[in-house]
Design a protein. Structure first.
Length: 349
């Protein structure tokens, strides 16, 4: 029989691993907080009163920052958390981690450019729908290691038809990334989410803001700019499970458009049966209705995609890299927030 002490040990291990593996090098604040929690039985005991799925560091820390926890060392955080635990607990119970990262459009764009338009985009697991607007952002693809300002030549710069966007996505590329010469023509778009967030709702935007790690100020600025763009013409989002809703949405897309169903950082939320069901649906929609399936997910998350990866991957690629796949075949490795893209094959034209 498992005891509460076992649960506390599990939680401590989880927070220690988060500090040492996930946060190290990316957030000194979260590394300090997670390491502090791992060694703090009193705080662990509070966290262990939450349902198991809501004990994860990302959710607890985001909830704390949503309510104003001071960033910095563990001592000040602990004092704040102890005084404000009731609010943090309530937010952990009512909210989920659903980071919306428009930077991921930079990983999707070269694959989208290979699909004949005009396009009807359907994003499953859309959060607030900011990745549904790839035609409203500017892009700068440049060689890895080049500075953001001077890296890409004119050939790697893309802007919307009406001029440069306030959201400029820099992406360091390696391999023969087929950067398109223009942004895709998107004539219709819609998203599905279990809990769609509303760009017009300040509390939803504040939650998206809190989900971004403390030191990632560039991502925070990008989120705010993308929200402003989305507010001018918000994408349609339907509430529900992607497996239940995707076919009906495909049926609504205009007949003259090529439908691309895509997702980024979503399938990890599904169990194996849910992933298999979705892959089978996409395979059938591809065969029967020429729907394309574009995924940007962890290496082993999309059924069948890992088997299409080359045996030898670039030395620099990390196991945290996402795999961009089109219709079940791996095309590229992507940094999880779209900051870098490595194309796996030859340029197809
Ligand atoms: C990490 S967020 C990613 C959001 C967005 N795709 C991006 O990359 O910025 C994952 C989203 O998937 C949604 N989600 C998870 N499981 C889902 C399901 N079965 N059906 C629909 N949406 C789901 C969550 O609610 C959340 O908004």
């Amino acid at each position: 029989m498992r005891t509460s002490t076992d649960a506390g040990a599990d939680t401590a291990v989880r927070y220690r691993a988060f500090a040492e593996v996930e946060a190290r090098g990316l957030s000194a604040c979260y590394e300090a907080w997670a390491a502090g929690v791992a060694d703090d039985p009193e705080v662990i005991a509070r966290i262990d009163r939450l349902p198991p799925a809501t004990r994860q560091p990302n959710l607890v820390f985001s909830a704390a920052r949503f309510h104003g926890a001071p960033t910095g060392g563990y001592g000040a955080f602990r004092a704040w958390l102890t005084a404000n635990w009731a609010a943090v607990e309530q937010t952990c119970r009512s909210h989920a981690t659903q980071t919306n990262e428009p930077g991921r459009c930079a990983a999707l764009l070269p694959a989208l450019g290979g699909v004949r338009g005009p396009l009807a985009l359907i994003e499953v697991g859309a959060s607030a729908g900011l990745c549904l607007l790839p035609d409203r952002y500017s892009y700068r693809y440049g060689p890895a290691g080049a500075s953001a300002a001077g890296g890409a030549g004119a050939a790697g710069r893309l802007d919307p038809l009406d001029g440069p966007s306030p959201v400029l996505l820099d992406c360091a590329v390696t391999g023969a990334v087929p950067v398109p010469s223009r942004l895709p023509l998107v004539v219709w778009r819609a998203g599905i989410d279990l809990n769609p967030l509303d760009v017009a709702e300040p509390a939803d935007v504040a939650w998206l803001d809190a989900l971004i790690w403390p030191e990632h100020d560039d991502r925070r600025a990008r989120l705010r700019a993308a929200v402003q763009i989305a507010r001018r013409d918000p994408p349609r989002l339907v509430r529900g499970d992607l497996n239940e809703r995707v076919e009906a949405l495909v049926a609504e897309a205009p007949a003259h458009a090529t439908v691309v169903v895509f997702h980024t950082a979503v399938l990890a939320y599904l169990d194996d049966a849910g992933r298999d069901r979705f892959a089978a649906t996409m395979g059938r929609l591809h065969r029967e209705r020429a729907v394309h399936w574009l995924a940007n997910e962890g290496r082993t998350v999309v059924p069948g995609v890992a088997e299409t990866l080359p045996v030898t991957l670039p030395v620099a690629s990390g196991s945290a890299d996402f795999v961009v796949s089109l219709d079940g075949r791996a095309l590229a490795l992507a940094q999880p927030h779209g900051r870098a893209l490595h194309w796996l094959g030859e340029r197809s034209g």
